[in-house]
Design a protein around this ligand. Structure first.
Ligand code: 13P
Length: 255
């Protein structure tokens, strides 16, 4: 970890009805508050990304806490006839500070291209939301030796003009490591994050300060080895973010 302030983000994906979602948000805020009361300021940013149905109430639950809230996707347009979609301004209105764009599940399930991801990230920026832009290769691409080329081209294709360390976070999430329990080796992660850092130097003047998160089967047992890597500035956590003790244990590896 370099000078950059770590960010641990929980992507709840399509999990959580009202009662359990609000309890989870309250528990995460409670852990952060308890830490701060006992040990002083938390040198870490914490974010939860609940399903859209829970945003408004989670925002109320998190009021006064240092835990921020993000959406899991946004439409590229501000409003219009787009049934089922949610715009960046709606997320902002519901209390979000962040939004994940270009997650591999969106790229696969909804055929989102780099161009579309870039437009979504630009829409997020226009609404003063920090875009967490996801990139990552499939198993087949890695096996063909194309992982770094794919990550590099997704990065160039998905970052809008004007991306800064303030309004953008990159998440490297190898598709084959998501939800599989197959975490990438520290060598693979170090290589990919270094590649992203170099790629960023070509497209943003803020490349040194921009945070790069790792995502893909991050668990309490493997987080420390990942978080100590030079260009790993935190994690985008799926399954383990649904258990407050696991999520907090991962966060603690950054403290
Ligand atoms: P898992 O931690 O469940 O592998 O999910 C990672 C992820 O996709 C976070 O966005």
């Amino acid at each position: 970890m370099g000078e950059r302030r770590p960010l641990i983000a929980g992507n709840w994906k399509m999990h959580g009805l009202r009662q359990e979602g609000l309890a989870l948000a309250a528990a995460v805020a409670g852990k952060a508050d308890a830490y701060q009361s006992a040990r002083g300021p938390l040198h870490l940013d914490l974010l939860v990304c609940p399903p859209a149905t829970l945003l408004r109430e989670v925002s109320k639950t998190l009021a006064g806490s240092i835990v921020s809230m993000g959406g899991q996707d946004c439409h590229a347009l501000e409003n219009g006839a787009h049934t089922g979609d949610v715009s960046a301004s709606m997320l902002k209105d519901a209390g979000c500070s962040h939004v994940i764009v270009g997650h591999s599940e969106r790229r696969t399930d909804h055929r989102e291209t780099d161009d579309k991801v870039k437009a979504k990230a630009a829409a997020a920026h226009a609404c003063d939301l920090t875009a967490i832009i996801c990139v990552g290769e499939t198993r087949e691409e890695r096996d063909r030796g194309e992982a770094m080329a794919i990550v590099g081209s997704q990065l160039v294709g998905s970052l809008p003009d004007g991306a800064t360390a303030e309004n953008t976070v990159i998440a490297y999430e190898p598709v084959w490591a998501i939800g599989t329990g197959l975490v990438a080796t520290v060598e693979d992660v170090a290589e990919a994050h270094a590649e992203v850092r170099v790629g960023l130097t070509k497209i943003s003047s803020d490349s040194d300060a921009m945070r790069i998160l790792y995502g893909g089967s991050v668990k309490p047992g493997n987080a420390a080895g990942l978080m100590e890597l030079e260009d790993v500035d935190g994690g985008l956590v799926g399954g383990a973010s649904l258990e407050v003790d696991d999520f907090w244990a991962i966060a603690e590896t950054c403290l």
